[in-house]
Design a protein around this ligand. Structure first.
Ligand SMILES: CC(C)(COP(=O)(O)OP(=O)(O)OC[C@H]1O[C@@H](n2cnc3c(N)ncnc32)[C@H](O)[C@@H]1OP(=O)(O)O)[C@@H](O)C(=O)NCCC(=O)NCCS
Length: 157
């Protein structure tokens, strides 16, 4: 089973993060890493992370590449998975699922986090399947009404 190592985005790995690419049909489904890092620069509630294969754990200068990017937000009792992407070269090998599992583990460590949630565009069937298989269910939060193109999900405890 694939396992990942998540690491802060720093001067050492940010270029690799900016060079991540998804498949052409996926490009409209997510914000660019550039945009995510800009958002994180001005919002201290956001935690952007580079995704590596678990092999990178323990190495200050990993010899394995950055294979994806994720970002979560901790605010108002919610740990919200805002971004998830795996580079096109590394998709369908279990890294997307492993990344969500690792992000959930991290979010559960915050005393403030009472709900773990996420959202994706309605047409993103791959994300829908992935989140459903991990136990996410529809989340009827009132502000979802003002985002009709988006599906809001929360992890059932
Ligand atoms: C969503 C994404 C992160 C999945 O990453 P991944 O590493 O390919 O995912 P995994 O290999 O862990 O697969 C997990 C599950 O996703 C689904 N899935 C992944 N690729 C799929 C595809 N091409 N077609 C159908 N289902 C797919 C399957 O349910 C799969 O589970 P299975 O292998 O048991 O069938 C990746 O496709 C991606 O970066 N997409 C573009 C960005 C995006 O849509 N992000 C989510 C928006 S919030």
């Amino acid at each position: 089973m694939a396992r990942v190592h998540l690491r802060r985005v720093t001067r050492d790995n940010f270029r690799e993060c900016l060079n991540l690419r998804v498949r052409e049909f996926q490009q409209s489904l997510i914000a660019s890493t550039t945009q995510s890092l800009a958002e994180a620069y001005v919002n201290p509630n956001l935690f952007p992370l580079a995704v590596y294969d678990a092999e990178a754990c323990g190495y200050e200068q990993p010899e394995v590449p950055v294979i994806g990017f994720t970002m979560y937000e901790v605010v108002a009792g919610v740990g919200f998975i805002m971004r998830l992407m795996i580079d096109e070269k590394y998709q369908r090998q279990g890294y997307g699922r492993a990344t969500i599992i690792e992000v959930i583990r991290r979010l559960k460590l915050y005393p403030d986090v009472e709900i773990i949630a996420t959202s994706h565009l309605k047409e993103n069937k791959i994300a829908a399947r992935l989140y459903q298989s991990l136990g996410f269910q529809p989340w009827n939060i009132s502000y979802a009404i003002s985002h009709p193109t988006e599906v809001y999900l929360k992890l059932q405890d």
